[in-house]
Design a protein around this ligand. Structure first.
Ligand SMILES: [Zn+2]
Length: 151
């Protein structure tokens, strides 16, 4: 398993997406709204980053209220973790919105993706993840145990 996402995360992702369907529950290709389809959302990161994403959705929604014509065309096409950082891809964005996204992506490198506590990039887990000390230690122990089994 290569990501930090588990079943509890998936429920939390779903809840968040249901709060911001216009941004988070659209078909990536068509932009069609899918508010009633379970799991039809673009949020694929651990629970620790969901408050960061929620904050970003609030900020983007505030910007969009200034540009009502953009409410339909602006939506998330993919939200994921890459190299220990949040990647939040929008269909299109204004300069203000793109700045908000960059700011949230930058912040993600300081927040544990698993629990939301202060974290840092961990580069010796076989892939890069941003984790707090506790979750890093747990993962490292698991990895070391797995490596010993395959030796
Ligand atoms: Zn943690």
């Amino acid at each position: 398993m290569q990501d930090a996402v588990n079943d509890d995360d998936r429920d939390a992702q779903e809840k968040l997406a249901d709060k911001y369907p216009s941004l988070l529950k659209r078909n990536s290709w068509s932009g069609q709204l899918m508010p009633d389809r379970p799991r039809a959302h673009q949020v694929h990161v651990g629970e620790g980053w969901l408050p960061l994403i929620e904050e970003l959705c609030v900020d983007i929604s505030r910007e969009l209220r200034k540009h009502p014509d953009l409410i339909e065309p602006v939506y998330a096409v993919q939200i994921k973790e890459k190299f220990g950082g949040l990647r939040f891809y929008l269909s299109i964005g204004t300069e203000e919105i793109n700045n908000l996204v960059r700011e949230a992506e930058r912040k993600s490198y300081t927040i544990c993706e698993t629990c939301g506590q202060p974290g840092e990039s961990r580069k010796d887990l076989g892939w890069i993840l941003t984790l707090c000390d506790e979750h890093y230690t747990g993962r490292k122990a698991l990895l070391d145990a797995t490596n010993q089994l395959s030796d």
